[in-house]
Design a protein around this ligand. Structure first.
Ligand SMILES: [Zn+2]
Length: 163
């Protein structure tokens, strides 16, 4: 069995207007329902060292020095959750690997999460989430690209205090 993340059967992965592929509600999802559970192999920093990482590798930090990650190109695809970032997300994290609906979600809506809520890539990104509260989109109107404040300086959840 290959390592994979769980996605609710009420969800579907399809093209997103802004970020390539995204996760969408195929059916209505109630607040509190699990939409995804992060999967992967538990890999230590030592194991990651010297291993040739599959393309598009993305380890999900679960503790200091440990990530949940894929070992093959196929697993890189199967552990992806396709949750895009939004500054006004409808999905949140419960514990470390459970992703739940923060409100009722209508069929057809894209499921999004605030990337500041979980660890990973600390690089700033240009946000295109179009949320009213998004600093990225408000600056885009003037043509000056801005990174989304929510995604800047994200540190590993494992090393942040208690969240
Ligand atoms: Zn945004």
């Amino acid at each position: 069995m290959i390592a994979a993340s769980y996605r609710s059967p009420k969800t579907v992965v399809r093209g997103s207007g802004t970020h390539g592929r995204g996760l969408y509600a195929r059916k209505a999802i109630r607040q509190g329902e699990i939409v995804s559970i992060r999967g992967g192999h538990i890999l230590s920093r030592a194991q990651l060292k010297g291993r040739r990482r599959p393309p598009g590798y993305l380890g999900y930090p679960i503790a200091d020095g440990f990530v949940l990650g894929p070992l093959t190109k196929r697993e890189t695809e199967s552990v992806m959750m396709f949750l895009n970032h939004s500054c006004a997300p409808n999905v949140g994290i419960q514990g470390q690997i459970l992703f739940v609906a923060m409100r009722n979600i209508r069929a057809g809506e894209e499921l999004t999460i605030d990337y500041a809520m979980f660890g990973g890539d600390p690089k700033p990104m240009r946000c295109q989430c179009k949320a009213a509260a998004c600093p990225g989109s408000s600056r885009r109107a003037t043509g000056a690209a801005r990174t989304c404040s929510a995604s800047i300086a994200v540190t590993s959840r494992a090393t942040s205090s208690g969240r």
